[in-house]
Design a protein around this ligand. Structure first.
Ligand code: BGC
Length: 250
């Protein structure tokens, strides 16, 4: 059994669990801390080290989903995280602070990796996009089983800024929108995505996806099939651990 710690750093929360990467399930309880504000590298490392202690994981490799563009373990954007992370070599920085070899992946890409292997993407070919609806909007695209990383569709231009400022779950809360009004914005976003990449399946993730059937799914009108994620908010942790496991095996 491959057991790896997965940590999902988000704009609002930092979540982690030890994952059985062959089954895609947690083998410990999930632990969640608030993301420190401001979310400077130093303050986030305090939380990460606390988590390492909670899971007794000192010095062992782990996977980390991060809410930014990640290329070769370097952070290339900072929309929902402090600017201090910009252009940081995450692997070196984490190693200096944790003594662990850490593998990084964009948080939405991590969630997509898990949903494709164990969730609603299982057995689906063609173009599948997972959209995470959290503090921001993340996107993870798979084409014929292969990840196309860092798609960042939440940052497509819309109205006075970008889609994630109108259609994320964070925007729904901040603007105190009803599910119906929020779903109008989400619907515009999903139709835009549909036009851009003509996916075969759209999976909606993030914690709010559990209300798809009861609160907002009925307001969406998209030509392509739209389904709620099977793994909700846990997919990011599981995908981060899977990405680490793959890196260790290669
Ligand atoms: C970031 C993405 C991230 C998404 C969800 C966006 O603001 O740019 O990298 O995937 O938030 O956390």
């Amino acid at each position: 059994m491959a057991e790896i710690l997965g940590i999902d750093v988000g704009g609002t929360g930092i979540k982690g669990a030890i994952v059985d990467t062959e089954k895609g399930v947690f083998i410990t309880d999930k632990i969640k801390y608030g993301t420190p504000q401001p979310s400077t590298p130093e303050s986030v490392m305090v939380v990460i080290n606390q988590m390492i202690e909670d899971f007794n994981w000192k010095g062992k490799p782990f996977g980390c989903g991060f809410p930014a563009i990640i290329k070769n373990n370097t952070c290339f954007s900072a929309a929902n995280i402090d600017d201090g992370w910009l252009m940081k070599d995450l692997q070196t920085f984490f190693f200096e602070h944790t003594d662990s070899q850490v593998t990084f992946v964009n948080d939405a890409d991590a969630a997509a990796v898990a949903e494709m292997r164990f969730g609603k993407g299982l057995g689906r070919n063609g173009t599948v996009i997972l959209v995470t609806l959290g503090t921001g909007i993340g996107s993870g695209i798979f084409l014929n089983g292969q990840l196309f990383p860092n798609s960042e569709f939440g940052h497509l231009l819309y109205k006075k800024s970008v889609f994630e400022h109108y259609a994320s779950n964070g925007a729904r809360k901040k603007k105190e929108l009803s599910y119906k009004d929020w779903a109008k914005e989400l619907n515009t976003f999903l139709n835009h995505v549909d036009l851009l990449i003509s996916p075969d399946l759209i999976i909606l993730g993030g914690g709010v996806s559990k209300y798809f059937d009861t609160k907002f799914g009925k307001y969406l009108e998209v030509a392509t099939e739209v389904v709620p994620a099977a793994m909700g908010n846990d997919a990011g942790i599981i995908g981060a651990a899977m990405t680490c496991q793959e890196a260790l095996a290669s």
